[in-house]
Structures are given as C-alpha cells and as structure tokens.
Design a protein around this ligand. Structure first.
Ligand SMILES: NC(=O)c1ccc[n+]([C@@H]2O[C@H](COP(=O)([O-])OP(=O)(O)OC[C@H]3O[C@@H](n4cnc5c(N)ncnc54)[C@H](OP(=O)(O)O)[C@@H]3O)[C@@H](O)[C@H]2O)c1
Length: 280
C-alpha cells in the first residue's frame, strides 16, 4: 500500500491513477475527502499532512509514502518519523529545481531544501525529484487565451524546460515501488527549452486558435498584479524568476527518459491533454 499526500494536486492525481493502474493499493490524504473527486478504488482519508498526527492511522500497512511539500509544509521530518514507526520503508519527495539551480526566492529554495534534508536524514529508502516548472503553470493564461487570444506579459524570452506533471508522477510511481531508485536525486525537466513566446505559439497551434504574445514592460505587469489585489511580493517573485531565465535559460535533463525508458512528454502533448482550458 502507498500513502499519497497532496493527492488532489496536479502531480498527486496523476500519481494515484498510475499507481492504481499498476495494481497498487492507494490511500490518499485530503483535507476534504468529499470534494477530492479521486477514483473510487482509492481510500481517501481526511487529514492535514502538515499535522502528521491527523494521518497517523492511515500510515498503518503502508510500505511507501509520497511527500508533497505544499501539503506537508514544514512537518516532513515529523511525518517521516511517524511513518517509520508505523512500518513505512520508502519515501519519495517532490522538490524543485530551484534547490540546485539557484533561481527564484531564497525562502522557496530554503523550504524545499529543508524538506530534502528531512528526507535524506530519515535513514530509510528515499528518492528526491527536483522538478522544473510544471506545464500546468501556463493555465494562468487560460482566461486571456480563451477570452482574447492575447497573452500579455513581461520577459517573453524567458526560457525553461517545463515538465508534464504526468512525467513527475510516472517517475514517482517507479520510485515508490522499486528500491533501485533509493538514494537517488533526479532533476526532472521536459524535453525542450521553451520561451514564454514559444509556449503561447504552441498553445495556439495545438488548440487550433490564433494566439499571440504581447510584450509588456515589467513595471506594467507589476502594476497590473497589484491592481488585482496581489501582495507586493507576488510580482517581485514572478518578475525576478522570469528575468533570471532570460539571462540564463533553465536546464534540460534526460532523467525522465532514463527512468521511464521513453521520451519525456512534450509541452504540445500537455496542451493536447488540456486544450479545453484554452478554448472560449
Ligand atoms: N508548479 C510548479 O512549477 C512546481 C515546480 C516544482 C515543484 N513544485 C511543487 O510540487 C508539489 C506538487 O505540486 P501540485 O501542483 O501537484 O500540488 P498542489 O496542487 O499545489 O497541492 C497539492 C495538494 O496539497 C493540498 N494543499 C494545498 N495547499 C495547502 C495548504 N496551504 N495546506 C495544506 N494542504 C494544502 C491540497 O490538497 P487537499 O485540499 O486535498 O488537502 C492540494 O490539492 C508542490 O509542493 C509544489 O510546491 C511545483
């Protein structure tokens, strides 16, 4: 049996489906089981993974645990200690490229780094997945694309190799059941470096719509975000990250293909899976 935290998230949902397809028993943790909308074969337990005592009972009988920092917060060490005491023998953590690539805000690097430290320190089997930015992050453009076909933003030449969330889940599904991945830290990216302009063009091509990028000055973007009621740190974080990736595009790795034995899914494939989100 495998316990999945963050099971209702982008990666968690894909993982649950893959594990079930592989014949595994899955227990999913959610703060809201009634709204979780997970497959009927999954046992969904109500709990708050950042308060590990709320999921203690669900750990009984689990061999492995999937750890999602958004759901677990700063309780990774406590959760893993409880898990070990209840017989869990393997943990897989979703981390982020920022830990080793140094882009983005220090507090995010520190938070993912602390979760990694806790996983490495727990003394049992572990695998760390340092993920690039998710393809799904482009869903923030869905309203603009569906509405006007124009995406307005700054740093259109900012480039990373975004990853399909299903590939993160597929690597996690392997690592959760196969000790060959114990002690490994994988950098997981998509197969291609893509600028923001490239992504907008690909969404248009795959969704069959005229879609264009409209470059704005960073200050215009900042003012627009503040006008939407976002805190001052939100544009600072976004614009800092985007400008850094203009200077030095994000890395590409081959780890997805090495682990799965097939090429990583492309951004175009992700758009095809999610094309409805970009249609009027
Ligand atoms: N987006 C990226 O580009 C990127 C890149 C690298 C790493 N990551 C990390 O990858 C992990 C997985 O991402 P994801 O998009 O699949 O997950 P997600 O949707 O951000 O979160 C997964 C689940 O965690 C629970 N959750 C969310 N906010 C919470 C909060 N404040 N307190 C407690 N629980 C909360 C929710 O489950 P319930 O409501 O069912 O409890 C949610 O469905 C995250 O930790 C994320 O930080 C993201």
């Amino acid at each position: 049996m495998i316990l999945v935290t963050g099971a209702t998230g982008r990666v968690g949902r894909e993982l649950v489906t893959l594990l079930l397809g592989g014949g595994e028993d899955v227990v999913a943790v959610s703060r809201d089981p009634a709204g979780a909308a997970l497959p009927a074969a999954v046992r969904v337990v109500e709990g708050h993974a950042s308060r590990p005592e709320t999921v203690a009972g669900a750990l009984d009988g689990a061999e492995a645990i999937f750890v999602v920092p958004r759901a677990v917060g700063d309780a990774t060490a406590e959760l893993l200690s409880l898990a070990a005491a209840r017989g869990v023998r393997r943990a897989v953590l979703v981390s982020a490229l920022t830990v080793q690539y140094g882009v983005g805000e220090r507090r995010f690097r520190d938070a993912f780094g602390a979760a990694e430290d806790a996983v490495r320190a727990w003394g049992l089997g572990w695998t760390i997945l340092r993920a690039a930015d998710f393809d799904a992050n482009t869903l923030v453009w869905a309203g603009q694309i569906a509405g006007t076909g124009i995406v307005r933003g700054a740093y259109g030449d900012s480039a990373t190799s975004p990853i399909h969330e299903r590939d993160i889940a597929a690597v996690a599904a392997r690592a959760l059941v196969d000790p060959a991945h114990d002690g490994m830290t994988y950098v997981l990216t998509g197969p291609q470096s893509l600028t923001q302009r490239d992504r907008v063009r690909l969404i248009g091509e795959v969704a069959g719509r005229e879609v264009s990028w409209q470059e704005m000055a960073p200050e215009q973007v900042r003012q627009a975000m503040l006008a939407q009621g976002l805190p001052e740190e939100a544009p600072a974080r976004l614009l800092g990250y985007l400008s850094a990736y203009v200077e030095r595009p994000g890395p590409s790795s081959h780890a997805v293909e090495q682990v799965l034995g097939r090429p990583a899914l492309t951004f175009a494939e992700w758009v095809a899976d999610n094309a409805a989100a970009f249609r009027p």
